[in-house]
Design a protein around this ligand. Structure first.
Ligand SMILES: *Cc1c(COP(=O)(O)O)cnc(C)c1O
Length: 211
């Protein structure tokens, strides 16, 4: 990992777009190096891996941890206890469970709802029509702060294909009056900025290739 790389990337990204440094597959030492450069938001996709690093880095209170991986129901309590943001809430049932547990734990996680804007058997996410149908009920849930939508584009799309999906995500978020869109990764972050992303989830672009 080359720290200069992070600063170079940061320069290219408009200051109103947040960078989430996706540290899955990288060590707590590597997180520390990037944190030293002023990066405080880190994303992890597996609870156990993340928790081990959180323990090591527990004195770095400035770090905001974001959960971005598939949520297993039996891990929800631990995720709610240990993450400020959850980006990958992909069903109403899980959202309800997060709400109940958050109330139990006296937490108020910031939530982004994962949406599925195109058929992709490898990905979860709310169907947009269903999300709109359920919106009232979703807004009534306690102890969650709904802040945005999250989407992961399928691999192999053209630049134009990526742009179209990101714009759909932005339009849906706007129609629900949600400020945030968590979209754009190493391969498609430029299109995501153009479409109105507020959180880029960047792993290998910052840390290098995962071994
Ligand atoms: C791994 C991961 C990323 C980052 O991927 P890169 O291609 O390394 O930038 C972003 N979002 C999610 C949900 C991920 O699992």
């Amino acid at each position: 990992m080359n720290p200069a790389n992070y600063l170079k990337i940061k320069k290219k990204i408009p200051s109103n777009v947040n960078i989430l440094a996706v540290s899955k597959g990288f060590t707590s030492q590597e997180i520390k190096t990037i944190q030293n450069l002023g990066q405080n938001d880190f994303g992890e996709s597996k609870f156990q891996e993340a928790f081990e690093k959180q323990l090591i880095l527990k004195d770095l209170k400035q770090i905001n941890w974001h959960f971005i991986g598939r949520i297993q129901s039996n891990k929800i309590r631990k995720i709610v206890q240990n993450f400020k943001y959850i980006h990958s809430v992909d069903s109403f049932e899980k959202l309800q469970k997060i709400s109940n547990i958050a109330s139990d734990e006296k937490k108020n996680p910031l939530i982004m709802l994962q949406v599925k804007l195109i058929d992709d058997p490898s990905k979860g996410g709310f169907n947009p029509e269903l999300l709109i149908l359920k919106w009232r009920e979703i807004q009534d849930l306690k102890n969650i702060r709904l802040t945005g939508l999250m989407t992961i584009n399928p691999k192999g799309l053209s630049s134009k294909g990526n742009s179209e999906l990101f714009k759909k995500c932005r339009a849906l978020a706007d129609s629900l009056q949600l400020p945030d869109c968590s979209m754009g990764m190493t391969g498609d972050w430029e299109e995501a900025i153009e479409a109105g992303s507020t959180w880029l989830r960047l792993g290998s672009l910052i840390f290098g290739d995962r071994s």
